[in-house]
Design a protein. Structure first.
Length: 270
C-alpha cells in the first residue's frame, strides 16, 4: 500500500520520501511504482514525461530519521498494533510539532495509535484503498483527540492527490470495511455450504468474487486476497469465528497463499 500512496502523491507533484524497514521491500516498492507508471504510459493514461517526473519525486530512504523533515507522514506498515506503536514512538521523537501523522490502518483504533505520541491531536487515519492509484475513496478517520485542523489538512491533501475524502468516526471497520467484512466472512463460510461462486456471479452478479471456483470438477477454490487483504479479512472479519472448510464439508484447506495473494482451498462437494 505504501508504494501506491507514494505514487499517488508524486503524481500530484508532492516530493515524497519512501521508507521501509526492509531494503528489499524498498527496492521492490520502487520497481513496482516504475512498472505501474510504465503501464499507464503504455495505455496512454500518462505521458512519458509525467511518469518520469513522478518517479523522480519519490526518494527512497533506508534512514528512518529522514522522515523527520516531512509535513505529512502516512504510515503503512504491517497491520500490527505493536509494530505501529514502535513506529509512532519513533516518529514522535523526530517530526516537527506541526507535522501530521497519518495511519493507513484498515482496522486498528486510530485513537490507540495516537496515544503512542505526544501530539494525538495531529494523528489521523487516512485509509486508502487498494490499489491506491486507482481507488478514489480515502476514509479520513478522526481519533478521539484529532483536531479539526488535522482533519481539514488531511482531507485537503486527499483532494490534492485527486481522491475523495470521507470523514468518519474511529469505530471498528470505519465505514467500508464495516460493511464489507461480514460480506467477505459470509462468502468464505459459503464455501463449505454451497457453490457460492455461482451464486455470487450468476445471481448476485458480483463479477469479482471474492470467491472463484475453478477446475473441471469445480473443486478448487481461490479466495482472492490481492485486492482486499485476505489475511486481514480472516483475522478481523466481523463474524464470530473464521470459516471452517473442513467442518463445513471442504476436504482440505491448504492455507497456502501464492505470490499473487490468492489462498488456495481444496473443496470436496457433497
Ligand atoms: N493491502 C491492502 O489491501 C490494504 C488496504 C488498505 C489499507 N491497508 C493497510 O495498509 C497497511 C500496510 O498494508 P500492506 O498490505 O501494504 O502490508 P505489507 O505487509 O504488504 O507491507 C508492509 C510493509 O511494512 C514494512 N514494515 C514492517 N515493519 C516496519 C517498520 N517498523 N518500519 C518500516 N517499515 C516496516 C514491511 O517491510 C512491509 O514492506 C496496513 O495497516 C493495512 O491494514 C492495506
Amino acid at each position: 500500500m505504501g508504494s501506491g500512496i507514494a505514487q499517488v502523491a508524486a503524481l500530484a507533484r508532492f516530493e515524497v520520501l519512501l521508507h521501509d524497514a526492509s531494503p528489499d521491500a524498498l527496492l521492490g516498492a520502487m520497481a513496482g511504482v516504475k512498472r505501474d507508471l510504465g503501464e499507464r504510459t503504455g495505455k496512454g493514461r500518462l505521458s512519458a514525461t509525467e511518469a518520469t517526473e513522478a518517479l523522480s519525486r519519490i526518494n527512497p530512504t533506508r534512514e528512518f530519521q529522514d522522515l523527520g523533515t516531512a509535513d505529512l507522514i502516512i504510515e503503512a506498515v504491517v497491520e500490527d498494533l505493536a509494530v505501529k506503536k514502535e513506529v509512532f514512538r519513533k516518529l514522535d521523537a523526530i517530526v516537527a510539532p506541526e507535522a501530521i501523522l497519518a495511519t493507513n490502518t484498515s482496522s486498528l483504533s486510530v485513537s490507540a495509535i495516537a496515544s503512542f505520541t505526544k501530539t494525538p491531536e495531529s494523528v489521523v487515519g487516512m485509509h486508502f484503498f487498494n490499489p491506491a492509484p486507482l481507488m478514489k475513496l480515502v476514509e479520513i478517520i478522526r481519533g478521539s483527540q484529532t483536531s479539526d485542523a488535522t482533519v481539514r489538512r488531511a482531507s485537503e491533501f486527499a483532494q490534492r492527490v485527486k481522491k475523495t475524502p470521507v470523514v468518519c468516526k474511529d469505530t471498528p471497520g470505519f465505514i467500508v470495511n464495516r460493511i464489507a467484512r461480514p460480506f467477505y466472512g459470509e462468502a468464505l463460510r459459503l464455501l463449505g455450504v454451497c457453490r457460492g461462486d455461482r451464486q455470487d456471479r450468476e445471481v448476485g452478479r458480483l463479477s469479482h468474487g471474492p470467491v472463484r471456483v475453478d477446475g473441471p470438477d469445480r473443486d478448487r477454490c481461490e479466495l482472492r486476497s490481492d485486492q482486499v487483504g485476505l489475511r486481514a479479512v480472516l483475522a478481523r472479519a466481523a463474524v464470530p469465528s473464521p470459516p471452517h472448510p473442513e467442518k463445513d464439508g471442504a476436504s482440505r484447506n491448504t492455507g497456502e497463499e501464492d505470490k499473487k495473494g490468492v489462498l488456495h482451498v481444496q473443496v470436496k462437494w457433497d
